[in-house]
Design a protein around this ligand. Structure first.
Ligand SMILES: C[S@@+](CC[C@H](N)C(=O)[O-])C[C@H]1O[C@@H](n2cnc3c(N)ncnc32)[C@H](O)[C@@H]1O
Length: 243
């Protein structure tokens, strides 16, 4: 099947994505390690450091999955509050089971909820982060609008997402890796081949950092920095909510 055909329609996407991550939740961390050669851990540390969290900050980790970013955030904010939100309760269960990991006494609070309808009042957070979540949402503009709403003026946002390398040779290798890597992963890890195909096809089809930057601007989020990892196959974007 062509990778493009593994993308669900917008109306079916939320349930497809929720059920897919629920199905692979027990294997998600391993899949991430294999797909990025373990580098996602380094990129996540860089992302959280770039957010320049302060002790006492209130931080939101959207689409938190198994909680990597929330745990890193909790370690930086000491007496603050870190909330991890995801709509797949199976992913949150894995996040909770990793509590031994948390070096901060203040553990993240886990909430099952929809990133497109955040259950928080305006200006509730000093900072927000979203790791490999944006491309899984049915409406990126709406999500950025919600993030902007719950951030205080001057609050910071950090986005980590897949990207597409630009040079012809690296782009071709990356495309080939995503196509073949899927089959390999589906064979090695117990989990849905359909979901592995979706992970690759959504990475190939996702918006460029420039397009995301425009959506950020429409949501009153000024992009301040863009960093590329591994030839641009992952991208970190930092933005500040207009005062
Ligand atoms: C690729 S995982 C990312 C997990 C984690 N942030 C990381 O960086 O490893 C994407 C997560 O987004 C969640 N998700 C997708 N759409 C969502 C939505 N509308 N609301 C809340 N969570 C959502 C999925 O359940 C999944 O756990």
């Amino acid at each position: 099947m062509a990778l493009e055909q593994s993308l669900p329609s917008t109306d079916k996407k939320p349930e497809f994505v929720r059920a897919g991550f629920a199905e692979i939740s027990a294997h998600y961390d391993r899949i991430n390690d294999w797909m990025t050669f373990g580098l996602h851990r380094h990129w996540k540390r860089t992302l959280v450091r770039g957010l320049r969290l302060q002790p006492g900050d209130r931080v939101l980790d959207l689409c938190c999955g198994t909680g990597d970013l929330a745990y890193l955030g909790a370690a930086e904010t000491i007496a603050g509050m870190t909330v991890g939100l995801d709509f797949a309760s199976e992913m949150i269960t894995v996040a909770q089971s990793r509590a031994g990991w948390c070096v901060s006494q203040h553990r993240p609070v886990w909430i099952r909820g929809d990133a497109l309808r955040l259950p928080f009042p305006n200006h509730s957070f000093d900072a927000a982060m979203i790791g490999y979540g944006l491309r899984n949402l049915a409406d990126v503009r709406n999500a950025l609008g919600e993030i902007s709403r719950v951030l205080r003026p001057g609050g910071r946002l950090a986005i980590l997402e897949t990207g597409l390398p630009r040079g012809r040779l690296v782009a071709a290798l990356h495309h080939c890796y995503l196509r073949r890597g899927i089959r390999l992963l589906a064979g090695l890890v117990h989990g849905s081949a359909e979901m592995h195909r979706y992970l690759a096809s959504s990475a190939l089809a996702f918006a460029s950092p420039e397009e995301i930057g425009k959506d950020c601007a429409a949501a009153e989020l000024n992009v301040s920095e863009v960093r590329q990892f591994l030839f641009g196959s992952s991208v970190a974007m930092f933005a500040v909510k207009r005062p």
